[in-house]
Design a protein around this ligand. Structure first.
Ligand SMILES: Cc1cc2nc3c(=O)[nH]c(=O)nc-3n(C[C@H](O)[C@H](O)[C@H](O)COP(=O)(O)O)c2cc1C
Length: 325
C-alpha cells in the first residue's frame, strides 16, 4: 500500500508502533520495522543518553529497516536531558523522531538541520495546526479512545480524524483504538494516511513485557479503562486495577485541591514494576479502550500481515461490492 506516510518514512505498510514507556525497546521496534511498519524506541525509558545510544545500536543490529525514537517532552520542572537524548539520536543516525507532550519548537531547528523527519503526536486540531506551523513533517492524531494521554478535550476519532483531514496539509496517522484492518480502512476513509498503534502491539509475541500484562489486556473489555489525573490536567487512560480505584477515590475526596504529591504512590515508578515484574496492582499504567478488541497474541509479522491482507479484502470485496450492487 502506498500513502504519504509510507513515502515519507520509506516503509512498506502505513503502520506505526507508538512510543510506549517500558514497552518500546529494541525487540519490539525492530520486529515492527522488519514486518514493514515503523518501530519506535521510547527515548525516556532509557535512563541516560548513553543507554539510548546502546538501545539504538541493539535495534540496528536487529533490523536494517527505518526505525524511530520517541521523545516525550514532559511538563515537569526537573526536565530530563533532552539535548543529550537528541545527540544520541543524531549520532546513531536515526532519521525519524516521534515527539509528544509539550510543543517541540525548541528542538525543531536542530532536528531539521540533521535531516531528521519529525512526526508529532497530539490530541487536538489546534495543537496539530501549531505543530504544522513549526515545521513537523507529519502528525499522529490521538483520539479520546487512546491508551496514554488523550488530552483534555475528549474528542473521539470519528470526529477528530475528519476534522484533522479538513485542516491539515501535512500527512497524519490515526492513533487511538486502532487494532485491525477495519481500523486501517476506516482511518484511510476519514483522511488519514496510516495508523499508529500502542496497546495492540503490547499483545504480540515480541513485546518485551511480562506475560501478566499481556494476559490482563486479553482479559479486559472496552469497559475496563479509566481516566486518571484529570483534576491535575494530566489525564491518562489506564487499565483499572486496585491502585487505580484507590487513586480515583482520592480524586473524589480531595477534589480540585488534589496535588501530584497526593497520588505518587499510585503513579510514580510504576512502569518497571508492571512491565518487568508483572505486578499488576503496582499502580496506574496506560492502556487503550481497544483492549476490548484484542483476543490473541500473534507475532508482529502475523499481526501486520493480517491487517494488510484483510484491509485489501475489505476494500476490494466488501466496499467494492456495495458500490456495484
Ligand atoms: C503502556 C503505554 C505506554 C505509553 N507510553 C507513551 C510514552 O512514553 N510516550 C508517548 O508519546 N506515548 C505513549 N503511549 C501512547 C502510545 O504511543 C499511543 O499513542 C497510544 O497507545 C495509542 O492508543 P492505543 O493504545 O489505543 O493504540 C503509551 C501507551 C501505552 C499503552
Amino acid at each position: 500500500m502506498r500513502t504519504r506516510i509510507t513515502e515519507l518514512f520509506e516503509i512498506k505498510h502505513p503502520i506505526i508502533q507508538g512510543g510506549m514507556h517500558y514497552v518500546g525497546f529494541a525487540e519490539l521496534a525492530s520486529a515492527v520495522s522488519n514486518a514493514g511498519g515503523l518501530g519506535i524506541i521510547t527515548g525516556l525509558t532509557q535512563k541516560t543518553p548513553y543507554d539510548l545510544s546502546e538501545e539504538i545500536k541493539k535495534c540496528k543490529d536487529l533490523t536494517d529497516k527505518p526505525i524511530g525514537v520517541n521523545l516525550t517532552f514532559l511538563p515537569v520542572i526537573d526536565a530530563p536531558d533532552y539535548a543529550g537524548y537528541i545527540n544520541s539520536v543524531i549520532q546513531e543516525g536515526v532519521t525519524i523522531v516521534e515527539t509528544a507532550g509539550n510543543n517541540p519548537a525548541k528542538w525543531m531547528p536542530q532536528l531539521k538541520e540533521n535531516g531528521i523527519k519529525v512526526i508529532h503526536k497530539c490530541t487536538t486540531v489546534r495543537h496539530a495546526l501549531k505543530a504544522q506551523s513549526i515545521g513537523v513533517d507529519a502528525l499522529s492524531i490521538d483520539g479520546f479512545e487512546c491508551g496514554g494521554h488523550p488530552g483534555e478535550d475528549d474528542i473521539p476519532n470519528m470526529i477528530l480524524l475528519p476534522r484533522a483531514a479538513d485542516e491539515l496539509d501535512v500527512p497524519f496517522v490515526a492513533s487511538g483504538g486502532m487494532s485491525d484492518a477495519r481500523s486501517l480502512v476506516a482511518s484511510l476513509a476519514m483522511g488519514a494516511d496510516g495508523i499508529n498503534m500502542g496497546t495492540r502491539f503490547m499483545v504480540t509475541k515480541e513485546a518485551p513485557i511480562h506475560q501478566n500484562v499481556k494476559q490482563a489486556i486479553l482479559d479486559a473489555s472496552e469497559l475496563d479503562t479509566r481516566l486518571v489525573m484529570r483534576p491535575i490536567r494530566n489525564t491518562e487512560r489506564v487499565l483499572t486495577n486496585k491502585a487505580v480505584e484507590r487513586l480515583l477515590e482520592k480524586e473524589k475526596e480531595l477534589g480540585t485541591g488534589i496535588k501530584f504529591e497526593d497520588i505518587t504512590k499510585e503513579v510514580a515508578g510504576v512502569y518497571p514494576r508492571v512491565m518487568i515484574d508483572g505486578d499488576m496492582d503496582a499502580g496506574a499504567w496506560s492502556c487503550g479502550m481497544v483492549a476490548g478488541l484484542i483476543n490473541d497474541t500473534p507475532t508482529v509479522q502475523e499481526l501486520i500481515d493480517r491487517i494488510m491482507t484483510e484491509a485489501e479484502e475489505l476494500v476490494k470485496f466488501r466496499l467494492e461490492n456495495m458500490i456495484q450492487s
